[in-house]
Design a protein. Sequence first.
Length: 144
Amino acid sequence: MTRHFARISLLLGLSLLLQMPAGAQAPSNEQARAMRAVVEAQLAAFADDDAERAFSYAAPAIREMFGTPERFLSMVRAGYAVVYRPASVTFLAPHHLEGQWIQGVHMTDAAGALWLAVYRLEQLPDRSWRIAGCDVRPASGRMA
């Protein structure tokens, strides 16, 4: 029985390590909910083609870079098709790594291909969260 318990503990520990990179810090439940909410809100704005609302969730540096909501939405449509119109979305556990808050999201596109979107989040002085960047890359696998 003790050997069985040790094996289960080892497997559980390994699975937790695989989910969170070494040196990463987990956010509080409140922070995790707030980070997820801002990403969900921006995805909902994209689904509604609401450029102004989608742009409002961008961090100040992103807003400055693009200047207008229309230019921002145009860039997302052209360069981030799966983020603009995901067929499905699955949130991963957020974490703090190398000075940045990171929220991973698995997304599938209309063809069923799996993608990993890695959002960088920034907390503003008013304690609200904004999206400071998003890197998207193909992930292994396909959704049925």
